[in-house]
Write a new protein. Structure first.
Length: 94
């Protein structure tokens, strides 16, 4: 969906793969994270991204697709595209 909207997309299967991208010098305008439900998972993501010094100012949008009771019908791609474009626009204005 993001590629169809004209965005360059890089996928990391997990936090460790994302950190390898950081270590390889990749830079991003935005990080989309699909975090499994649970406060511990969110803390782990924050801790892992805290190690990624070059990404400290990169906005993060949480998708939350792993939440209990969420069905495919509840996912709204338009909302995701709006969140992406708004966050990138805000960063460009900063």
């Amino acid at each position: 969906m993001l590629r169809q909207a004209g965005y360059d997309v890089t996928v990391a299967r997990d936090a460790n793969a994302a950190l390898r991208l950081h270590d390889d010098g990749e830079a991003f305008n935005l990080i989309l994270a699909d975090i499994p439900d649970g406060e511990a998972s969110r803390r782990e993501l924050a801790r892992n991204l805290g190690q990624a010094t070059e990404w400290r100012n990169t906005p993060i949008v949480e998708l939350g697709l792993h939440r209990p009771g969420l069905t495919g019908d509840a996912f709204n791609g338009g909302d995701m595209l709006n969140a992406v474009s708004e966050n990138i626009a805000e960063r460009g204005a900063a």
